[in-house]
Design a protein around this ligand. Sequence first.
Ligand code: KE4
Length: 427
Amino acid sequence: MKTAVSRKLFIEAQRYIPGGVNSPVRAFRSVGGQPLFIKRAKGARLYDADGNSFIDYVLSWGPMILGHAPAPVIKAIARAAAHGTSYGAPTELEVRLARMITDAVPSMQQVRLVSSGTEAVMSAIRLARGYTRKDGVLKFEGCYHGHSDYLLAKAGSGLATLGIPDSPGVPMDFTRHTLTAPYNDIKTLQRLIQTHHRELACVIVEPVAGNMGVVPPGDDFLPTLRELTRAHGILLIFDEVITGFRVAYGGAQTLYGVTPDLTCLGKIIGGGLPVGAYGGGKEIMQLIAPAGPVYQAGTLSGNPLAVTAGIETLKKLKQPGLYRQLDKLAARLAEGLGNAAKKAGVPLTQTRVGSMLGAFFTRGPVVDYASAKQSDTQAYAKFFHRMLEQGVYFAPSQFEAAFLSTAHSAADIERTIVSARAALKSL
Ligand code: KE4
Protein backbone atom coordinates (compact mmCIF):
# COMPACT_ATOMS: atom_id res chain seq x y z
CA MET A 1 0.00 0.00 0.00
CA LYS A 2 1.49 3.36 -1.00
CA THR A 3 1.95 5.67 2.00
CA ALA A 4 4.74 8.06 0.95
CA VAL A 5 2.56 11.17 0.94
CA SER A 6 0.99 10.38 4.35
CA ARG A 7 4.47 9.75 5.75
CA LYS A 8 5.74 13.08 4.46
CA LEU A 9 2.72 14.89 5.84
CA PHE A 10 3.10 13.15 9.20
CA ILE A 11 6.72 14.32 9.49
CA GLU A 12 5.66 17.88 8.74
CA ALA A 13 2.62 17.68 11.02
CA GLN A 14 4.81 16.67 13.96
CA ARG A 15 6.76 19.91 13.55
CA TYR A 16 3.71 22.03 14.24
CA ILE A 17 1.25 19.80 16.11
CA PRO A 18 2.02 17.68 19.21
CA GLY A 19 2.20 14.07 18.03
CA GLY A 20 1.23 15.28 14.57
CA VAL A 21 -2.48 14.97 15.31
CA ASN A 22 -5.21 17.09 16.81
CA SER A 23 -6.60 14.21 18.85
CA PRO A 24 -4.42 11.44 20.34
CA VAL A 25 -6.34 8.37 19.28
CA ARG A 26 -5.78 9.30 15.61
CA ALA A 27 -2.02 8.75 15.95
CA PHE A 28 -2.06 4.93 15.51
CA ARG A 29 0.08 4.74 18.68
CA SER A 30 -1.52 1.55 19.98
CA VAL A 31 -1.61 -0.26 16.62
CA GLY A 32 1.80 0.92 15.40
CA GLY A 33 2.62 2.44 12.04
CA GLN A 34 1.69 5.97 11.06
CA PRO A 35 -1.66 7.66 10.57
CA LEU A 36 -3.05 7.99 7.06
CA PHE A 37 -3.80 11.54 6.02
CA ILE A 38 -7.30 11.64 4.56
CA LYS A 39 -7.94 13.77 1.50
CA ARG A 40 -11.67 13.29 1.04
CA ALA A 41 -14.54 10.95 1.82
CA LYS A 42 -17.84 10.01 0.19
CA GLY A 43 -20.48 7.53 1.32
CA ALA A 44 -18.87 4.62 3.15
CA ARG A 45 -15.42 5.42 1.81
CA LEU A 46 -12.33 7.36 2.83
CA TYR A 47 -9.66 8.38 0.27
CA ASP A 48 -6.19 9.11 1.61
CA ALA A 49 -3.37 11.37 0.39
CA ASP A 50 -1.72 8.47 -1.46
CA GLY A 51 -4.89 7.64 -3.36
CA ASN A 52 -5.79 4.57 -1.31
CA SER A 53 -9.49 4.03 -0.59
CA PHE A 54 -11.05 2.32 2.42
CA ILE A 55 -14.42 1.13 3.59
CA ASP A 56 -14.73 3.27 6.73
CA TYR A 57 -16.01 1.83 10.04
CA VAL A 58 -14.67 4.72 12.16
CA LEU A 59 -17.00 7.32 10.57
CA SER A 60 -15.23 10.13 12.41
CA TRP A 61 -15.76 8.16 15.71
CA GLY A 62 -19.51 8.01 15.20
CA PRO A 63 -20.98 11.19 13.64
CA MET A 64 -21.18 10.08 10.00
CA ILE A 65 -24.20 7.78 10.38
CA LEU A 66 -25.42 8.84 6.90
CA GLY A 67 -21.97 8.18 5.43
CA HIS A 68 -19.59 10.91 4.30
CA ALA A 69 -20.73 14.02 2.44
CA PRO A 70 -24.42 13.05 2.10
CA ALA A 71 -25.81 15.32 -0.65
CA PRO A 72 -28.76 16.84 1.30
CA VAL A 73 -26.50 17.79 4.22
CA ILE A 74 -23.77 19.25 2.01
CA LYS A 75 -26.28 21.26 -0.03
CA ALA A 76 -27.88 22.64 3.13
CA ILE A 77 -24.50 23.62 4.63
CA ALA A 78 -23.50 25.38 1.40
CA ARG A 79 -26.79 27.27 1.35
CA ALA A 80 -26.40 28.26 5.00
CA ALA A 81 -22.76 29.34 4.46
CA ALA A 82 -23.87 31.77 1.77
CA HIS A 83 -25.78 33.62 4.51
CA GLY A 84 -22.77 33.85 6.80
CA THR A 85 -21.05 31.44 9.16
CA SER A 86 -21.66 32.82 12.65
CA TYR A 87 -23.60 35.70 14.14
CA GLY A 88 -23.21 35.34 17.90
CA ALA A 89 -26.94 35.91 18.10
CA PRO A 90 -29.95 33.58 18.27
CA THR A 91 -31.31 32.06 15.06
CA GLU A 92 -34.46 30.18 14.08
CA LEU A 93 -32.21 27.26 13.15
CA GLU A 94 -31.23 26.69 16.80
CA VAL A 95 -34.88 26.64 17.82
CA ARG A 96 -35.55 24.00 15.15
CA LEU A 97 -32.70 21.74 16.25
CA ALA A 98 -33.64 22.17 19.92
CA ARG A 99 -37.23 21.23 19.09
CA MET A 100 -36.10 18.16 17.10
CA ILE A 101 -33.89 16.99 19.98
CA THR A 102 -36.54 17.54 22.67
CA ASP A 103 -39.12 15.76 20.48
CA ALA A 104 -36.75 12.81 19.99
CA VAL A 105 -35.64 12.57 23.63
CA PRO A 106 -38.64 13.36 25.90
CA SER A 107 -36.51 13.47 29.07
CA MET A 108 -34.81 16.53 27.54
CA GLN A 109 -37.55 19.08 28.07
CA GLN A 110 -34.95 21.79 27.49
CA VAL A 111 -31.56 21.61 25.77
CA ARG A 112 -28.51 23.84 25.52
CA LEU A 113 -26.30 23.55 22.42
CA VAL A 114 -22.52 23.69 22.82
CA SER A 115 -19.59 22.81 20.51
CA SER A 116 -18.35 19.41 21.68
CA GLY A 117 -19.20 16.39 23.77
CA THR A 118 -16.63 17.42 26.36
CA GLU A 119 -18.34 20.78 26.74
CA ALA A 120 -21.73 19.11 27.05
CA VAL A 121 -20.55 16.78 29.82
CA MET A 122 -18.58 19.47 31.66
CA SER A 123 -21.67 21.72 31.68
CA ALA A 124 -24.07 18.96 32.70
CA ILE A 125 -21.89 18.11 35.69
CA ARG A 126 -21.63 21.76 36.73
CA LEU A 127 -25.43 21.95 36.49
CA ALA A 128 -25.86 18.79 38.57
CA ARG A 129 -23.54 20.24 41.23
CA GLY A 130 -25.40 23.55 41.16
CA TYR A 131 -28.79 21.86 41.42
CA THR A 132 -27.92 19.39 44.20
CA ARG A 133 -25.37 21.64 45.94
CA LYS A 134 -23.13 18.58 46.23
CA ASP A 135 -19.68 18.12 44.64
CA GLY A 136 -19.16 14.38 44.14
CA VAL A 137 -19.27 12.66 40.74
CA LEU A 138 -19.31 8.90 40.26
CA LYS A 139 -18.15 7.53 36.89
CA PHE A 140 -17.33 4.05 35.63
CA GLU A 141 -13.87 2.74 34.79
CA GLY A 142 -13.26 2.62 31.07
CA CYS A 143 -15.98 5.12 30.31
CA TYR A 144 -14.78 8.29 28.62
CA HIS A 145 -16.72 11.53 28.93
CA GLY A 146 -14.37 13.97 27.20
CA HIS A 147 -11.24 15.55 28.57
CA SER A 148 -12.50 17.85 31.35
CA ASP A 149 -10.15 17.60 34.31
CA TYR A 150 -12.16 15.75 36.91
CA LEU A 151 -13.35 13.08 34.47
CA LEU A 152 -9.89 11.94 33.41
CA ALA A 153 -9.96 9.37 36.17
CA LYS A 154 -9.60 5.81 34.89
CA ALA A 155 -11.08 6.99 31.61
CA GLY A 156 -11.43 5.07 28.36
CA SER A 157 -10.86 5.96 24.69
CA GLY A 158 -7.49 7.60 24.09
CA LEU A 159 -6.37 7.10 27.71
CA ALA A 160 -7.15 3.38 27.48
CA THR A 161 -5.54 3.24 24.05
CA LEU A 162 -2.36 4.95 25.22
CA GLY A 163 -2.46 3.22 28.62
CA ILE A 164 -2.40 6.59 30.42
CA PRO A 165 -3.84 5.87 33.89
CA ASP A 166 -4.72 9.48 34.61
CA SER A 167 -3.48 12.62 32.93
CA PRO A 168 -0.71 14.77 34.46
CA GLY A 169 -1.84 18.38 34.83
CA VAL A 170 -4.99 17.38 36.64
CA PRO A 171 -4.61 18.52 40.29
CA MET A 172 -5.21 15.65 42.69
CA ASP A 173 -7.72 17.92 44.36
CA PHE A 174 -9.88 17.93 41.21
CA THR A 175 -10.27 14.17 41.05
CA ARG A 176 -10.82 14.09 44.84
CA HIS A 177 -14.51 14.56 44.07
CA THR A 178 -14.53 11.77 41.48
CA LEU A 179 -15.40 8.21 42.47
CA THR A 180 -15.06 5.34 40.02
CA ALA A 181 -16.72 1.92 39.95
CA PRO A 182 -16.38 -1.00 37.56
CA TYR A 183 -18.99 -0.89 34.75
CA ASN A 184 -21.87 -3.34 35.28
CA ASP A 185 -20.79 -3.92 38.91
CA ILE A 186 -24.00 -3.34 40.85
CA LYS A 187 -22.59 -4.45 44.23
CA THR A 188 -19.75 -1.89 44.18
CA LEU A 189 -22.17 0.74 42.96
CA GLN A 190 -24.57 0.07 45.83
CA ARG A 191 -21.72 0.21 48.34
CA LEU A 192 -20.34 3.50 46.96
CA ILE A 193 -23.76 5.14 46.87
CA GLN A 194 -24.63 3.95 50.39
CA THR A 195 -21.36 5.40 51.68
CA HIS A 196 -21.10 8.60 49.65
CA HIS A 197 -24.64 9.64 48.68
CA ARG A 198 -24.48 12.74 50.90
CA GLU A 199 -21.69 14.21 48.76
CA LEU A 200 -22.67 12.74 45.36
CA ALA A 201 -24.19 15.27 42.94
CA CYS A 202 -24.44 12.84 40.06
CA VAL A 203 -23.56 9.53 38.52
CA ILE A 204 -22.51 9.74 34.87
CA VAL A 205 -22.59 6.69 32.65
CA GLU A 206 -22.34 5.73 29.01
CA PRO A 207 -25.59 3.70 28.78
CA VAL A 208 -23.75 1.55 26.26
CA ALA A 209 -20.02 1.88 26.90
CA GLY A 210 -18.21 2.72 23.65
CA ASN A 211 -14.77 3.79 24.90
CA MET A 212 -13.36 0.54 26.20
CA GLY A 213 -14.54 -1.18 23.07
CA VAL A 214 -18.33 -1.71 23.08
CA VAL A 215 -19.66 -3.06 26.39
CA PRO A 216 -23.46 -3.20 26.67
CA PRO A 217 -25.17 -2.73 30.05
CA GLY A 218 -26.14 -5.91 31.93
CA ASP A 219 -29.93 -6.36 32.23
CA ASP A 220 -30.23 -4.85 35.73
CA PHE A 221 -27.44 -2.29 35.48
CA LEU A 222 -29.29 0.78 34.17
CA PRO A 223 -32.58 0.16 36.06
CA THR A 224 -30.65 -0.32 39.33
CA LEU A 225 -28.60 2.78 38.62
CA ARG A 226 -31.83 4.72 38.12
CA GLU A 227 -33.40 3.37 41.33
CA LEU A 228 -30.33 3.98 43.49
CA THR A 229 -29.75 7.53 42.26
CA ARG A 230 -33.40 8.49 42.57
CA ALA A 231 -33.61 7.03 46.11
CA HIS A 232 -30.60 9.07 47.24
CA GLY A 233 -31.21 12.47 45.60
CA ILE A 234 -28.39 11.95 43.10
CA LEU A 235 -28.85 13.07 39.49
CA LEU A 236 -28.35 10.40 36.81
CA ILE A 237 -26.56 11.67 33.71
CA PHE A 238 -26.59 9.57 30.53
CA ASP A 239 -23.63 10.43 28.36
CA GLU A 240 -25.20 9.67 24.98
CA VAL A 241 -22.55 11.45 22.92
CA ILE A 242 -22.04 8.16 21.04
CA THR A 243 -25.39 6.39 21.57
CA GLY A 244 -27.63 9.41 20.95
CA PHE A 245 -29.38 8.92 17.57
CA ARG A 246 -26.96 5.99 17.04
CA VAL A 247 -28.63 3.02 18.74
CA ALA A 248 -32.13 4.48 18.26
CA TYR A 249 -33.60 7.81 17.21
CA GLY A 250 -34.25 8.54 20.89
CA GLY A 251 -30.90 7.11 22.02
CA ALA A 252 -30.13 4.36 24.53
CA GLN A 253 -32.66 5.70 27.04
CA THR A 254 -35.42 4.89 24.53
CA LEU A 255 -33.92 1.48 23.74
CA TYR A 256 -33.55 0.44 27.41
CA GLY A 257 -36.54 2.33 28.80
CA VAL A 258 -34.50 4.05 31.55
CA THR A 259 -34.91 7.81 31.93
CA PRO A 260 -31.95 9.87 33.18
CA ASP A 261 -32.21 13.34 34.77
CA LEU A 262 -29.74 14.84 32.29
CA THR A 263 -28.51 13.70 28.88
CA CYS A 264 -25.38 14.71 26.97
CA LEU A 265 -25.28 14.52 23.17
CA GLY A 266 -22.71 15.18 20.46
CA LYS A 267 -21.32 13.61 17.28
CA ILE A 268 -24.39 12.67 15.19
CA ILE A 269 -26.41 15.80 16.14
CA GLY A 270 -23.75 17.90 14.41
CA GLY A 271 -23.72 15.80 11.23
CA GLY A 272 -19.91 16.00 11.26
CA LEU A 273 -19.68 19.65 12.31
CA PRO A 274 -18.94 20.72 15.92
CA VAL A 275 -22.08 20.38 18.02
CA GLY A 276 -22.65 19.07 21.53
CA ALA A 277 -25.74 19.41 23.69
CA TYR A 278 -26.98 18.77 27.21
CA GLY A 279 -30.52 18.82 28.49
CA GLY A 280 -33.07 17.54 30.94
CA GLY A 281 -36.14 18.51 32.92
CA LYS A 282 -37.19 22.16 32.78
CA GLU A 283 -36.84 22.55 36.55
CA ILE A 284 -33.14 21.63 36.39
CA MET A 285 -32.39 23.39 33.10
CA GLN A 286 -33.85 26.68 34.38
CA LEU A 287 -30.75 26.95 36.58
CA ILE A 288 -28.59 27.58 33.48
CA ALA A 289 -27.63 31.21 32.77
CA PRO A 290 -29.19 33.51 31.80
CA ALA A 291 -32.34 31.86 33.15
CA GLY A 292 -30.51 30.92 36.34
CA PRO A 293 -27.17 31.30 38.09
CA VAL A 294 -25.20 28.29 36.75
CA TYR A 295 -22.92 29.82 34.14
CA GLN A 296 -22.10 28.24 30.78
CA ALA A 297 -21.37 30.05 27.50
CA GLY A 298 -19.81 29.59 24.04
CA THR A 299 -18.91 31.86 21.12
CA LEU A 300 -19.91 29.30 18.52
CA SER A 301 -22.65 27.50 20.45
CA GLY A 302 -25.57 26.89 18.07
CA ASN A 303 -23.42 27.83 15.08
CA PRO A 304 -25.72 28.13 12.01
CA LEU A 305 -23.65 25.82 9.78
CA ALA A 306 -23.23 23.12 12.43
CA VAL A 307 -26.90 23.35 13.41
CA THR A 308 -27.95 23.12 9.75
CA ALA A 309 -25.89 19.94 9.36
CA GLY A 310 -27.52 18.56 12.50
CA ILE A 311 -31.05 19.39 11.36
CA GLU A 312 -30.55 17.77 7.95
CA THR A 313 -29.01 14.68 9.55
CA LEU A 314 -31.80 14.18 12.09
CA LYS A 315 -34.39 14.75 9.36
CA LYS A 316 -32.94 11.81 7.44
CA LEU A 317 -32.68 9.63 10.56
CA LYS A 318 -36.43 9.97 11.13
CA GLN A 319 -37.05 7.89 8.02
CA PRO A 320 -39.02 4.78 9.05
CA GLY A 321 -37.03 1.54 8.87
CA LEU A 322 -33.64 3.29 8.82
CA TYR A 323 -32.45 1.83 12.14
CA ARG A 324 -33.77 -1.62 11.24
CA GLN A 325 -31.74 -1.50 8.04
CA LEU A 326 -28.60 -0.43 9.93
CA ASP A 327 -29.18 -3.20 12.46
CA LYS A 328 -29.52 -5.83 9.73
CA LEU A 329 -26.27 -4.80 8.06
CA ALA A 330 -24.45 -4.72 11.40
CA ALA A 331 -25.78 -8.16 12.34
CA ARG A 332 -24.46 -9.57 9.05
CA LEU A 333 -21.04 -8.00 9.64
CA ALA A 334 -20.89 -9.37 13.20
CA GLU A 335 -21.91 -12.84 12.00
CA GLY A 336 -19.26 -12.80 9.28
CA LEU A 337 -16.50 -11.63 11.61
CA GLY A 338 -17.50 -14.24 14.20
CA ASN A 339 -17.47 -17.08 11.70
CA ALA A 340 -14.13 -15.93 10.29
CA ALA A 341 -12.58 -15.85 13.78
CA LYS A 342 -13.96 -19.30 14.60
CA LYS A 343 -12.60 -20.73 11.35
CA ALA A 344 -9.19 -19.15 12.03
CA GLY A 345 -9.20 -20.38 15.65
CA VAL A 346 -8.78 -16.79 16.91
CA PRO A 347 -10.52 -16.06 20.26
CA LEU A 348 -12.89 -13.15 19.64
CA THR A 349 -15.54 -11.78 22.00
CA GLN A 350 -18.09 -9.79 20.04
CA THR A 351 -20.54 -7.18 21.30
CA ARG A 352 -23.11 -5.16 19.42
CA VAL A 353 -25.91 -2.69 20.03
CA GLY A 354 -27.53 -1.75 16.75
CA SER A 355 -24.87 -0.34 14.42
CA MET A 356 -22.12 0.03 17.03
CA LEU A 357 -19.98 -3.08 17.26
CA GLY A 358 -17.12 -4.36 19.39
CA ALA A 359 -14.69 -7.22 18.83
CA PHE A 360 -12.28 -8.04 21.66
CA PHE A 361 -9.30 -10.30 20.96
CA THR A 362 -9.87 -12.31 24.10
CA ARG A 363 -11.90 -15.38 25.10
CA GLY A 364 -14.12 -13.17 27.26
CA PRO A 365 -16.69 -12.56 28.54
CA VAL A 366 -16.11 -8.81 28.42
CA VAL A 367 -18.34 -6.96 30.86
CA ASP A 368 -16.15 -4.12 32.14
CA TYR A 369 -12.80 -2.37 31.73
CA ALA A 370 -10.80 -5.06 33.56
CA SER A 371 -12.09 -7.81 31.27
CA ALA A 372 -11.76 -5.59 28.17
CA LYS A 373 -8.10 -5.02 29.06
CA GLN A 374 -7.50 -8.80 28.87
CA SER A 375 -7.65 -8.34 25.09
CA ASP A 376 -4.59 -9.15 23.03
CA THR A 377 -3.87 -5.67 21.68
CA GLN A 378 -0.97 -7.02 19.59
CA ALA A 379 -3.36 -9.34 17.78
CA TYR A 380 -5.76 -6.45 17.31
CA ALA A 381 -2.93 -4.33 15.88
CA LYS A 382 -2.04 -7.04 13.35
CA PHE A 383 -5.71 -7.47 12.41
CA PHE A 384 -6.08 -3.70 12.01
CA HIS A 385 -3.13 -3.46 9.60
CA ARG A 386 -4.10 -6.55 7.59
CA MET A 387 -7.54 -5.02 7.10
CA LEU A 388 -6.05 -1.65 6.19
CA GLU A 389 -3.90 -3.30 3.51
CA GLN A 390 -7.11 -4.78 2.09
CA GLY A 391 -8.88 -1.42 2.04
CA VAL A 392 -10.89 -1.65 5.26
CA TYR A 393 -10.49 1.02 7.95
CA PHE A 394 -11.35 -0.03 11.52
CA ALA A 395 -10.55 2.06 14.61
CA PRO A 396 -6.77 2.25 15.29
CA SER A 397 -7.44 0.99 18.83
CA GLN A 398 -8.89 -2.12 20.44
CA PHE A 399 -10.73 0.19 22.86
CA GLU A 400 -13.04 1.93 20.43
CA ALA A 401 -16.21 1.02 18.52
CA ALA A 402 -16.88 0.15 14.90
CA PHE A 403 -19.82 1.97 13.33
CA LEU A 404 -21.96 1.46 10.24
CA SER A 405 -23.73 4.08 8.13
CA THR A 406 -26.68 4.07 5.78
CA ALA A 407 -24.11 4.42 2.99
CA HIS A 408 -22.58 0.97 3.70
CA SER A 409 -23.88 -1.57 1.17
CA ALA A 410 -24.36 -5.31 1.55
CA ALA A 411 -21.46 -5.66 -0.90
CA ASP A 412 -19.25 -3.54 1.40
CA ILE A 413 -20.11 -5.89 4.28
CA GLU A 414 -19.35 -9.00 2.24
CA ARG A 415 -16.06 -7.49 1.11
CA THR A 416 -15.18 -6.70 4.69
CA ILE A 417 -15.95 -10.27 5.75
CA VAL A 418 -13.77 -11.72 2.97
CA SER A 419 -10.93 -9.41 4.05
CA ALA A 420 -11.43 -10.40 7.70
CA ARG A 421 -11.19 -14.11 6.81
CA ALA A 422 -7.75 -13.49 5.27
CA ALA A 423 -6.66 -11.15 8.06
CA LEU A 424 -7.67 -13.48 10.89
CA LYS A 425 -6.16 -16.51 9.16
CA SER A 426 -2.84 -14.66 8.89
CA LEU A 427 -2.74 -14.10 12.67
P1 KE4 B 1 -15.77 15.34 22.17
O1 KE4 B 1 -15.33 16.42 23.12
O2 KE4 B 1 -14.58 14.54 21.64
O3 KE4 B 1 -16.70 15.87 21.07
O4 KE4 B 1 -16.69 14.31 22.98
C1 KE4 B 1 -16.16 13.71 24.13
C2 KE4 B 1 -16.92 12.42 24.41
C3 KE4 B 1 -17.88 12.41 25.40
N1 KE4 B 1 -18.59 11.30 25.68
C4 KE4 B 1 -18.39 10.15 24.98
C5 KE4 B 1 -19.19 8.94 25.33
C6 KE4 B 1 -17.42 10.10 23.95
O5 KE4 B 1 -17.23 8.95 23.27
C7 KE4 B 1 -16.68 11.26 23.64
C8 KE4 B 1 -15.62 11.28 22.56
N2 KE4 B 1 -15.39 10.04 21.89
C9 KE4 B 1 -14.03 9.85 21.40
C10 KE4 B 1 -13.87 8.47 20.79
N3 KE4 B 1 -14.63 7.45 21.35
C11 KE4 B 1 -13.68 10.91 20.42
C12 KE4 B 1 -12.49 10.60 19.55
C13 KE4 B 1 -11.31 11.45 19.93
O6 KE4 B 1 -11.07 11.67 21.14
O7 KE4 B 1 -10.60 11.88 18.98
